[in-house]
Design a protein around this ligand. Structure first.
Ligand code: GRG
Length: 302
């Protein structure tokens, strides 16, 4: 199922379709699940989104000459984890958001208790999906164990959940750029690093290639988040009808707050270059799509 031809936009569109049709089938219809819970899980799982993390899994497998089909279960699993994190992040106890991706949030549709359960169910179903479906694709048991171990770490307390906890505590006031970087690296980079390394592991990556994918993911995740901070700031200033203040430190405690908007832009460029360099020369069979993805994410304006 490799998508070898076409622009990066076509590549993203085609893989998005493949991921979405597999996600639709990802919770067995034969399972006896309370109807509202099933609906709440599927509501957020199928609510759009860029499907970046699953595409990173598939692209990493391809970059090493592997068959992305075998990596699809892990691609679905990481989207389930990402979706659970968004459902919980939107809850009144956390960000208290009414809308996500232009639609009412899960708890606005199904109530808080059911939204918590839908998140819990997606988190646990991710592990089921990796183990069960990888078996069907003959992924070696040792590789599956390494993937499960890494997912538990990078999505858990030393990873995304830790990043979220630091973010919540930081609402009282971040004083150092290193504190903000900790949040970005764990809330954003860790799931991207997982996605790339898991795709790589399925395609038989060696230690040097796994380290290269880890570096690529760390840099891309941070660049993506800084870009998000920049777009957020530009959006806010446009909404207020103000010209973008490139030299003044901004009020919201984001990357531009600490180093200004121009230095933030330069940091995004620097991280992207470092990401691309890390996978050049590590013996990747087809690194082109990963290189294109790196550029695409920096140039985005949404
Ligand atoms: C509740 C344990 C727990 C974690 C929540 C994901 C998250 C952690 C919070 C959401 C807020 C946020 C800005 C997180 C940083 C990660 C990030 C960039 C999320 C958005 O990912 P995209 O842009 O979203 O891939 P789509 O909608 O395209 O899937």
């Amino acid at each position: 199922m490799s998508v070898t031809d076409g622009s990066i936009t076509q590549y993203l569109e085609q893989y998005t379709l493949k991921v979405e049709s597999a996600l639709l089938e990802s919770v067995p219809s034969a399972w006896n699940i309370p109807q509202t819970l099933r609906e709440a899980m599927m509501y957020s799982l199928m609510a759009g989104g860029k499907r970046l993390r699953p595409i990173f899994v598939l692209a990493a497998a391809e970059s090493l000459g592997g068959n992305p089909e075998s990596a699809m279960p892990v691609a679905l699993a990481i989207e389930m984890i990402h979706t659970y994190s968004l459902i919980h992040d939107d809850l009144p106890a956390m960000d208290n958001d009414d809308f996500r991706r232009g639609k009412p949030t899960n708890h606005k549709m199904y109530g808080e208790a059911m939204a918590i359960l839908a998140g819990d169910a997606l988190l646990t179903h991710a592990f089921f999906t990796i183990v069960q479906a990888s078996r069907a694709h003959d992924v070696p048991a040792g590789v599956v164990a390494d993937i499960v171990e890494e997912l538990a770490r990078l999505a858990g307390a030393p990873g995304m959940v830790g990043g979220q906890a630091a973010d919540m505590e930081g609402e009282q006031g971040l004083t150092k750029l290193s504190e903000l970087e900790y949040i970005h690296l764990h809330k954003t980079s860790d799931l991207i690093v997982f996605s790339l390394k898991a795709g790589g592991r399925i395609a038989g990556a060696n230690a040097e290639q796994l380290a290269a994918l880890e570096r690529f993911g760390t840099c891309i995740g941070l660049a993506y988040q800084i870009q998000d901070d920049i777009l957020d700031l530009i959006g806010d200033e446009r909404k207020l009808g103000k010209p973008v203040q490139s030299d003044i430190k901004q009020q919201k405690v984001t990357y531009p707050y600490f180093i200004g908007i121009e230095a933030s832009r330069a940091k995004v460029e620097e991280l992207t270059a470092e990401a691309k360099l890390s996978i050049t020369g590590a013996g990747f069979a087809n690194p082109e799509r990963l290189l294109q993805l790196a550029d695409y994410l920096v140039k985005r304006d949404y």
